[in-house]
Design a protein around this ligand. Structure first.
Ligand SMILES: Cc1cc2nc3c(=O)[nH]c(=O)nc-3n(C[C@H](O)[C@H](O)[C@H](O)COP(=O)(O)OP(=O)(O)OC[C@H]3O[C@@H](n4cnc5c(N)ncnc54)[C@H](O)[C@@H]3O)c2cc1C
Length: 485
């Protein structure tokens, strides 16, 4: 009997856990370690953040699902990995600290045969002084943050209703942030809510981003085919902003936030201050605070993790100029090269390099959107890790494991631009592949047929459908495995 331990019950980890039980059955043990009692469909936090959905609509308790599926669940934080065991334990193990009411603070060791690290990002608000819910801005990264954001937005709308002008700033709070798509989506939803509330003309909305151009989204922008014509995601996004009267500051690194003021630097080195009454800025991500130790207790964290804190996998991490990276540098099996029984999937794996061209201001400030790892690839990687583990258990260490590179994977991004079955709309984008491959697709690096953008009501319906479909799937209701990742 093999013991598969999965760290994290987000999109990648929870997908891995459900498939592990489905594919490996009763013969093997599956354990999930995750600090929160509830699962969160993070994409819909955007709607919680504008007061259009309740927290209970985007979360549900994990324990009953795991009990039904015979998956062991430890509500706790993984702190350290011992991939060789230690002087007292022969098997590899993870040291965890419980976070549930009954066992809060207790430490335990969980031994494993295969480990799937799906711990997602650490929301690194601390990288920017004054950023985040403990500072002066709100966030929509967790459902709890989104509730606070909705309240702050409601307060601003109340002030606007008295006839007083208000400034809203939405975007990313550091030069190295990722997830610009989420900031873009929240901007459009806020704009829509202001219009619905009849106060739009009194509000100034400013989108502040580290992207060098609008429409970059951390993937270096896209060339879309729209009704047979080609256009760039830059032109497309600029036009969406223009139509809605939203001002954008691009190529910005937020240095610090003080009450009502965002201090930022641009790629040309100039500095300025953006005043605000309401600000939602996403934090930069880094890997969670996991350490690793060898059998004799020596710290081997550098062997397992990149300086960003994300876990090293089968990527080519050789430092090289941006112009020299290749699609094949991206990982395919998500196995750690030093300990191949450890996988890192979803946001937890260290990307080999940026997809968007990294920029530096004359002051040496790095302004470089980090590569996004959205829901679909995260789910695919979670499932892939389990398919690989199944092969390894059944065929032995020499087994051929399945692969899925982000240079060979597409992504669909449906950014809602206001909710409502009749009045909602969404900007829908698909790209293939996520990581451009300039050898396979000379010129743009992506397939012209499979990379396109569209705006309209049907996109909103798709987004809503995805919300219900993925929550259905995550609840492991009948036929869940037929719903693709
Ligand atoms: C506001 C917002 C909107 C988004 N919208 C979209 C969208 O529309 N479409 C899309 O495709 N993507 C979207 N994304 C991105 C999407 O949410 C991520 O791609 C996805 O959640 C990544 O999955 P993951 O499993 O790697 O990480 P997560 O889903 O973040 O899961 C990580 C898990 O690990 C747990 N964990 C953390 N630390 C530890 C530890 N030490 N030990 C054990 N467990 C730990 C966490 O509690 C969590 O359960 C959005 C993101 C944000 C922030």
């Amino acid at each position: 009997m093999a013991h598969i331990v999965i760290l994290g019950a987000g999109i990648a980890g929870h997908t891995a856990a459900l498939h592990a039980k489905r594919l490996l059955g009763k013969k093997h043990r599956v354990t999930v370690i995750s600090p929160n009692s509830k699962w969160n469909w993070i994409p819909s936090n955007i709607w919680v953040g504008v007061g259009k959905m309740k927290q209970e609509q985007v979360t549900f308790p994990l324990a009953p699902i795991y009990e039904r599926k015979k998956i062991e669940f430890h509500q706790g934080l993984a702190k350290s990995i011992y991939p060789e065991g230690d002087s007292s334990t022969a098997s590899p193990f993870v040291e965890i600290e419980y976070t549930d009411e009954a066992r809060r603070g207790q430490i335990s060791r969980i031994e494993y045969d295969y480990l799937v690290n799906a711990t997602g990002p650490k929301l690194n608000f601390a990288a920017t002084q004054g950023l985040g819910p403990d500072g002066h801005t709100v966030s929509v990264c967790t459902s709890g943050h989104a509730i606070e954001a909705a309240q702050a937005l409601k307060n601003v709308i109340e002030v606007l209703k008295t006839g007083k002008r208000q400034s809203l700033a939405i975007g990313v709070g550091h030069g190295t942030c990722t997830c610009e798509g989420a900031a873009f989506e929240y901007t459009f939803n806020v704009e829509h809510e202001l219009r619905v509330a009849g106060v739009r003309e009194l509000a100034t909305i400013c989108y502040i981003t580290n992207e060098n151009d609008l429409g970059d989204f951390g993937v270096g922008g896209m060339v879309f085919t729209q009704q047979g014509f080609q256009t760039t995601s830059k032109l497309w996004t600029e036009s969406l902003f223009r139509e809605r009267g939203i001002h954008a500051i691009t190529g910005a690194h937020v240095e610090k936030v003080e009450p009502g003021q965002i201090f930022y630097e641009l790629i040309d080195g100039t500095k300025d201050v953006l005043p605000f009454d309401f600000a939602m800025l996403l934090p930069p991500f880094r890997g969670v605070d996991l350490k690793a130790f060898n059998k004799s207790g020596a710290d081997i964290s550098e062997l397992l993790f990149a300086p960003s804190g994300f876990m090293k996998v089968d990527a080519d991490y050789t430092p090289k100029p941006y112009e020299e990276w290749r699609a094949e540098d991206w990982p395919k099996s998500y196995r750690n090269p030093s300990y191949p029984n450890i996988f890192a999937v979803g946001i937890a794996f260290a990307p080999p390099h940026q997809i968007s061209k990294p920029m530096k201001s004359p002051n040496g400030t790095l302004i470089a959107p980090s590569p996004p790892r959205t829901g679909m690839p995260s789910g695919i990687m979670g499932k892939l890790s389990i398919m690989s583990i199944k092969e390894l258990i059944e065929q032995g260490e020499g087994a051929k494991v399945p692969t899925a590179s982000m240079a060979d994977m597409g992504a669909a991004c449906v950014a809602s631009a206001g909710s409502g079955l009749r009045k909602g709309s969404a900007a829908s984008m698909t790209m293939y592949p996520i990581v451009p491959d300039y050898i396979k697709y000379p010129g743009t690096g992506r397939s012209a047929e499979d990379t396109f953008g569209e705006i309209g009501l049907s996109g909103h319906w798709v987004k809503l459908l995805l919300h219900y479909m993925f929550i259905y799937k995550a609840k492991a209701r009948p036929g869940w495995s037929l719903i693709p990742e």
